[in-house]
Design a protein around this ligand. Structure first.
Ligand SMILES: Nc1ncnc2c1ncn2[C@@H]1O[C@H](COP(=O)(O)OP(=O)(O)OP(=O)(O)O)[C@@H](O)[C@H]1O
Ligand SMILES: [Mg+2]
Length: 253
């Protein structure tokens, strides 16, 4: 039987390619060759399941994983997703760790992540940070992630990215452009987005540097296994065919 076919409620069928690509991306993070993986697909196709696998694998490897899930209701709250990613870790850390992670340019992100005021320099800082708070925040968040990844490889995971607030999406895109050579990865799951309609959020999944995974619909064989798992007897082939036709191979349906 196929390795990835495990009977029972936890079965993850026909996702060998996606699992292998995620594992490869995580191995690369361990070699300081971070990158971005985008899992894109319709509702119910199995994106969150793949993220769960990624989180479990990254944790097994001893990486630090910070996760967030965007929601439609909170899409209008600036930096909501970024806060979900970093706030708890920072507020629960002991002060020595917190100071270390927020050192240098990462201090610019304090206001965004924990609501703590940033240290206001007495003289305006030169260069691009002066006069553009959003650049300073993005720069600070990048350094926060980078400081954290100096302890152990860091994986940032965002589910339902299609509902990410725009400032978080911009900050994550900023980080994504700086992943090369770092033990830092970004793994996103999103329903399909049209960058023309949602430029802020749609840009990152469309980044050509991202490894784009599109889990396909399940085949007849997998639908037969899923159906058999829920019935006391072997299902009739005609019934399995009908299930496949009606659901289009969407595991949730
Ligand atoms: N490859 C698979 N094999 C078996 N079951 C699966 C598979 N993928 C997903 N499922 C099951 O299908 C259901 C939907 O999966 P999941 O929640 O991951 O979808 P999703 O793509 O994240 O959907 P949404 O866009 O609504 O968040 C879950 O019950 C999950 O366990
Ligand atoms: Mg989901």
């Amino acid at each position: 039987m196929d390795q990835s076919v495990v009977a029972g409620p936890a079965m993850l069928l026909e996702r060998e390619h996606e699992v292998e690509r995620v594992r490869a991306a995580l191995r690369a993070v361990g070699r300081r060759d971070g990158g971005i993986v985008v899992i894109e697909g319709a509702a119910g196709i199995g994106k969150s399941r793949l993220l769960e696998m990624a989180v479990a694998r990254a944790s097994d490897l001893g990486f630090r994983v910070l996760s967030a899930r965007a929601t439609e209701l909170e899409q209008g709250f600036p930096f909501g997703v970024v806060r979900q990613l970093f706030e708890r870790l920072l507020t629960e850390a002991d002060s020595a760790d917190r100071d270390r992670w927020r050192s240098g340019a990462a201090a610019l992100a304090a206001e965004v992540v924990t609501g703590a005021p940033t240290i206001v320099p007495t003289a305006p800082s030169p260069g691009p940070l002066a006069g553009d708070p959003s650049y300073a925040w993005q720069h600070g968040l990048y350094w926060l992630a980078s400081n954290l990844s100096a302890d152990s490889p860091l994986v940032l995971v965002v589910d339902d990215f299609q509902w990410c607030d725009a400032p978080s999406a911009r900050a994550l895109a900023f980080i994504a452009r700086r992943l090369g050579g770092q033990p830092l990865a970004l793994i996103l799951a999103t329903r399909p987005l049209d960058p023309a309609l949602t430029p802020e959020v749609g840009t990152l999944p469309a980044d050509p540097a991202a490894e784009l995974l599109r889990p396909p619909p399940l085949t007849h064989a997998a639908v037969a296994l899923l159906v058999a798992d829920r019935l006391p007897a072997e299902p009739d082939p005609a019934f399995v065919r009908a299930c496949l036709e009606v659901t289009g191979g969407n595991p949730f349906l």
